[in-house]
Design a binder for this molecule. Structure first.
Ligand SMILES: [Zn+2]
Length: 443
């Protein structure tokens, strides 16, 4: 039966962004069938079930182009040893222990908690990067089940790295990529790889071969810290992007995450190969690794998207962080006003199209019914021309009231409907101390 999401301020986004006051979005099954005036649609679709949006803002669901579901249980944990003084120490002392310490239900719970937070923040499509070396086989199936139960969309991959075992994780990716194939619009697969400095040429060649045969892209951290660049220069005589390009990791479906420490000629290689870059400003600031030269990359025509790298599932705050960071970094208050929303609203949708083969990020007839409905009473006129001002300075702090994905209402009146939030959080609190204990025992 069709549903009328009515009486909202509908912001369609897309190339011809429209703001429709007293608007209505009519959905049927997984897709949008019509967008227009609420009063008119009441007459035209009298039998549709009505959901009153009561003046709230109706936006397309947000996209996170790089996330780590597995990072959940690190929250609030005491990190053993001296505080990490650089990026490699952060990996060695924190993340390479967290991933080793999780297994079985920890993997499911970590994903479920993040998925709940995605629903709470109106994030309906996620591109995830998973690691659990103590339980690689089948780990992506556990996450897939959690995503399907939540009702969201996700691209999944396992992080291949030689750091625990040469080629560790290749089999899990290969198995999952075969299982998912070209995907069903809800679940997609990529070839996950950690980073150049933990991967041999042989391992990368195996990964690329599997990805090419299956027609999927590679999802890899690139030059996040200067150490990754130095490692590539020292061992292979070329910077990170050039090494990966020589090994055929580049390509229009591949995602190079971060690219903080890349030079202009590397950017040219990324542009020429149509490789995707995903920027994670909060994470880069948290790890104190540097600032990705996003504005220059955009000028070169690179498709740069926005991720959270496990920091958060709130994509509006990531967008605002990018806005602030690049103004400060460029010492120029004229920049990033258009570009930061572009990363989130347009470029992430382009990235999803390359990975899932479907177009999201726009409210229009025939598009998937993925929506974030936010509590926001505009204090000044709101229209197509000043929407970005409301987005950056108002909507960023608004609460998401209702989240819809694939036509299904996953949260309504701030109540999560697709998952038992209380039970999952309680179970996660029960399991986390065991993860922390295992982690403390890892030398
Ligand atoms: Zn990451």
């Amino acid at each position: 039966m069709p549903t009328r999401f009515e009486n909202g301020i509908v912001v369609t986004l897309g190339k011809n962004n429209r703001v429709i006051w007293n608007g209505s979005v009519v959905t049927d099954g997984e897709n949008i069938v019509a967008i227009g005036d609420a009063a008119e649609f009441k007459k035209r679709y009298p039998d549709a079930e009505a959901v009153d949006c009561a003046g709230k803002i109706v936006l397309p669901g947000f996209i996170c182009a790089h996330h780590h579901f597995y990072s959940t249980m690190a929250r609030g944990m005491a990190i053993p040893g001296e505080p990490a003084s650089n990026f490699v120490e952060i990996l060695e002392r924190l993340w390479w222990k967290v991933d080793k310490a999780i297994e079985g239900e920890d993997i499911t719970l970590s994903a479920q908690i993040t998925l709940i937070e995605c629903i709470r923040n109106g994030t309906t499509t996620i591109i995830d990067h998973h690691a659990s070396p103590s339980m690689r086989d089948g780990s992506l199936d556990l996450i897939e089940s959690a995503v399907r139960e939540a009702g969201l969309r996700a691209s999944l991959c396992y992080e291949v790295s030689d750091r625990n075992q040469p080629g560790g994780g290749i089999k899990e990716n290969e198995r999952f990529i075969k299982k998912v194939g070209q995907g069903d619009g809800q679940i997609a697969a990529m070839m996950g790889m950690h980073a150049s400095f933990t991967l041999s040429d042989e391992t990368i060649e195996s990964c690329v071969g599997i990805a090419r045969d299956a027609g999927v892209g590679c999802h890899i951290h690139v030059a996040e810290d200067a150490a990754d660049r130095k490692d590539s220069l020292d061992k292979y005589g070329v910077p990170t992007v050039e090494r990966l390009h020589r090994l055929n990791v580049t390509g229009e479906k591949s995602i190079f995450v971060h690219c903080v420490h890349v030079d202009e000629s590397e950017m040219d290689t990324v542009a020429a190969t149509r490789t995707i870059i995903v920027h994670n400003p909060e994470s880069n600031m948290n790890n104190a690794v540097g600032v990705t030269k996003v504005l220059k990359m955009l000028q070169k025509g690179i498709l740069v998207g926005l991720g959270s790298d496990g920091m958060s599932s709130d994509m509006l705050t990531q967008m605002r962080c990018a806005y602030l960071l690049h103004r400060l970094d460029n010492r120029d208050p004229r920049v990033a006003f258009m570009e930061s929303p572009q990363l989130l609203l347009q470029n992430n949708a382009d990235i999803v199209e390359r990975q899932f083969g479907i177009r999201v990020g726009e409210l229009a007839e025939g598009f998937p019914a993925d929506m974030a409905i936010l509590d926001y009473q505009p204090p000044t006129p709101l229209n197509e021309n000043n929407f970005l001002g409301h987005l950056i300075f108002g909507l960023v702090d608004a609460t998401v009231d209702t989240t819809v994905c694939r036509g299904q209402i996953l949260m309504k009146n701030k109540q999560i409907l697709s998952m038992d939030e209380e039970r999952i959080a309680a179970r996660s609190r029960e399991f986390a101390p065991q993860v922390w204990k295992r982690l403390q025992s890892l030398a």
